[in-house]
Design a protein around this ligand. Structure first.
Ligand code: C2O
Ligand code: CU
Length: 546
């Protein structure tokens, strides 16, 4: 493969992605940042200069497994120390599989300040995909707040708790539209004629077929994406080929990527709306809108129709049905191991710990240590984190997932799961009621360093005797991010075959911040010495940087 060298400078800049002026984090002046476009087998080198002045940074390459380079996963507190203001950090890794991936900040809640972008890896020359198209395009969906990440983080960790609330806007490829005449908005801060918030236009040539790669990096929202009057054929999910199926609207959760095929087969004399609507929460955030622009109509010409309203926010059935419909493409099935060596059931609950509102897994709410696990484990700094692993399950028989979680015994911990190298692990994510009556949320769980087989979804409480009999062990899709639906469960299987330390967490920024995550270690003894560039914080201050 080739070497692709990028020089990125990260800094705060005033931006108006939804017409409202606010500080955003940009890469080389842009948010979303530059796309990484590569071919399978290429080596990516990103020289990252932190010009944030007073803030650390780290960037995670979401969906890239980092085989042999776990120290470049970019997860602050897990695989590296943060990059200090003024410093330059060099990430170097191989993109070993074709597909659609993402990158984003992985330090505090920095991602939602706009520090993210897409990674597109194409097949080696001469190989082709199991579908055809004329043009390839990428967009990122996100949600946008006018409050800073600091205001949000402070609110989430204060007593009384201050929730971040619903986002001000939904952005499509970094562009949205806030209603500047909202009462209380200072004149001068919001300007709908600012070209920075001109809606994103996807220009298409009539009758041509487009592969649209869609990634979601929302901080909170689950979305339904659709293009007025056009069907979409789903062909890829998280870098894996899907047995094609047609949808009118695509449900997409934070951390997921999909490729859909769209043929520009409608009346070419006009433009159409592309719309992203919040689902799963009763949100007052207006739908994000972009323009599906038929050439040669003007890309800013508004479609003559009312944008599609989208599905009802609280209708879980079609979302569950779409999750279940995603199967591996016939010609590309990697069958999962038929049995597993270990089953970890993870009960997801919201609860109060020492007065703070937290999320817990089996009554343990996660927090990050000061010294990254990878360095602690490799250098035997065992005092740097809790050596008690979190539990492999919860009290099945006695937990009512439909009632308000009291969880009086919940604690916080930075203990981790140690997995035996090369074993097969099943994870059952079990959803439950939050601290509000009749409320259960959707959580998109993302695993670093691996893809997993999605072997089952179910409603209600997982039955460890009955439900595994219905697992799909024939053609399950492999993914790196998967939703657990309200009051439901999701079962995953993966091989612990990538030496390193890997985060597994809810991809909702505030949920991870509130403890909704765990960490796995496997095969650490197989790793050679760590690059010193990842050191310098916590108990590794004496391990000097180059
Ligand atoms: Cu895309 Cu740990 O996140
Ligand atoms: Cu969550």
């Amino acid at each position: 493969g080739r070497v692709r060298h990028y020089k990125w400078e990260v800094k705060y800049e005033f931006k108006s992605p939804d017409c409202y002026k606010k500080l955003a984090i940009s890469i080389n002046g842009r948010s979303p940042g530059p796309s990484i476009i590569a071919q399978q087998g290429d080596t990516i080198i990103v020289e990252l200069k932190n010009s944030l002045l007073t803030e650390n940074v780290a960037i995670h390459w979401h969906g890239i497994r980092q085989i042999g380079t776990p120290w470049f996963d970019g997860t602050e507190g897990v695989t590296q120390c943060p990059v200090l203001p003024g410093d330059t950090f060099v990430y170097k890794f191989v993109v070993d599989r074709p597909g659609t991936y993402l990158y984003h900040a992985h330090y505090g809640m920095q991602r939602e300040a706009g520090l993210y972008g897409s990674i597109r890896v194409s097949l080696p020359n001469g190989e082709s995909e199991p579908f055809s198209y004329d043009y390839d395009r990428s967009i990122i969906l996100s949600d946008w707040y006018h409050n800073s990440t600091y205001e949000q983080a402070a609110g989430l960790s204060s007593i009384p708790f201050v929730w971040v609330g619903e986002p001000h806007s939904i952005l499509i490829q970094g562009k949205g539209r806030f209603n500047c005449s909202t009462p209380g908005i200072e004149a001068g801060l919001c300007n709908t004629t600012n070209p920075e918030c001109t809606p994103y236009a996807l220009t298409v040539i009539p009758r041509k077929t487009y592969r649209l790669r869609i990634g979601s990096l929302t901080s909170l929202s689950a979305l339904s994406f659709e293009i007025e009057g056009h069907n979409m054929t789903v062909v890829e999910a998280d870098g894996h080929y899907v047995e094609p199926f047609v949808v009118q609207n695509l449900f997409i959760y934070s951390g997921e990527t999909y490729s859909v095929l769209i043929t520009a087969d409608q009346d070419p004399s006009r433009n159409y709306w592309a719309s992203a609507k919040v689902v799963s929460r009763n949100s007052n955030t207006p739908n994000g809108l972009a323009i599906f622009n038929y050439y040669p109509n003007h890309p800013r010409r508004s479609p003559p129709t009312v944008p599609p309203p989208g599905p009802r926010w609280n209708d879980t059935e079609p979302r569950l049905a779409q999750s279940i419909a995603i199967k591996s493409h016939q010609g590309y099935i990697h069958p999962p191991p038929q049995t597993s060596d270990r089953v970890i059931v993870m009960l997801n609950t919201q609860n109060r710990i020492n007065g703070n509102v937290r999320w817990s897994i089996n009554n343990v709410s996660f927090n990050l240590p000061h010294t990254p696990y990878l360095i602690s484990l490799k250098h035997n700094l065992l005092h740097t984190f809790n050596q008690n692993p979190p539990p492999d399950g919860y009290d099945f028989a006695n937990y009512d997932i439909y009632s308000i979680a009291m969880n009086v015994n919940a604690t916080t911990s930075n203990g981790i799961y140690k997995l035996k190298f090369n074993t097969t692990v099943d994870i059952i994510l079990q959803n439950a009621n939050t601290m509000n009556p009749n409320n259960s949320e959707t959580h998109p769980w993302h695993l670093h360093g691996h893809d997993f087989w999605v072997v089952g979804y179910g409603k209600g409480k997982f039955d460890k005797f009955k439900d595994p009999k219905n697992y799909n062990l024939v053609n399950p899709i492999m993914k790196n991010t998967v939703p657990v639906h309200p009051y439901g469960w999701t079962a995953l299987r993966f091989r612990a075959d990538n030496p390193g330390v890997w985060a597994f967490h809810c991809h909702i920024e505030s949920h991870f911040f509130m403890g909704m995550g765990v960490v796995f270690e496997e095969g650490i003894e197989k790793l050679g010495s760590l690059p010193t560039s990842i050191m310098g914080c916590g108990d590794t201050k004496g391990f000097h940087r180059p």
